[in-house]
Write a protein that binds this ligand. Structure first.
Ligand SMILES: CC(C)(COP(=O)(O)OP(=O)(O)OC[C@H]1O[C@@H](n2cnc3c(N)ncnc32)[C@H](O)[C@@H]1OP(=O)(O)O)[C@@H](O)C(=O)NCCC(=O)NCCS
Length: 170
């Protein structure tokens, strides 16, 4: 079986917040950030499977701190787990005030991508091999997050989500 390490899918994207990217408060618009995150995460998933992908789902995103006009935006994206044709990508986002040399966390999120073949049908992707403890924790959590997504998307019965149920029973 082909396996890939999480570090092989690492993407670091940096953008600059320009006037056209902001809301009326002079901060980066959420929609623009989600667009950049979608690109960074799609590139990460494509690095993992070396094939085209589509966004299947985007988990809840909470914006902890606004990113200001003129600040840099750093997005770090990595695959946390691959299933059959789908991959979960974890992202961390920071803002950076270069003048004040201050870097601050903006948000974290999980996106799911599906690899498609030449006929636009889902195709198998390599499995993910974890190396560090943090990667293993993300890998284990990915199964429960997948179950939540599939239940909410009407693609899984809550009763079939064994690992998710176990979390509440223990
Ligand atoms: C995502 C998509 C390819 C899934 O196709 P499908 O016919 O439902 O295929 P399947 O049921 O075989 O599922 C394929 C994979 O998608 C995953 N998937 C389907 N719906 C999902 C959801 N809501 N959340 C997370 N994963 C999902 C399945 O779990 C499966 O993963 P696996 O192979 O690793 O087990 C299809 O729904 C699609 O093309 N959606 C539009 C994608 C798009 O246009 N994205 C841009 C958004 S604007």
């Amino acid at each position: 079986m082909v396996t890939k390490k999480s570090t092989e899918s690492l993407i670091i994207m940096t953008e600059l917040v320009l006037p056209n990217d902001t809301n009326v408060f002079g901060n980066l618009m959420g929609g623009r950030l989600m667009y950049w995150m979608d690109i960074a995460a799609a590139l990460s998933a494509q690095r993992h499977c070396n094939a085209p992908v589509v966004t299947a789902s985007v988990d809840n995103i909470s914006f902890e701190n606004p990113i200001k006009l003129g600040n840099a935006v750093h997005i770090e994206a990595k695959v946390t787990r691959a299933f059959t044709s789908s991959m979960e990508v974890h992202m961390k986002v920071w803002g950076e005030d270069l003048k004040k040399r201050h870097k601050y966390k903006s948000n974290e999120a999980y996106y799911t991508f599906v690899s498609l073949d030449d006929n636009n049908k889902p195709q198998a992707v390599p499995a993910l091999e974890t190396v560090t403890e943090e990667e293993q924790k993300l890998y284990e959590g990915a199964l429960r997050r997948r179950q939540i997504r599939l239940i909410l998307g009407g693609k899984m019965k809550p009763d079939d989500a064994k690992e998710l149920k176990a979390l509440f029973m223990s």
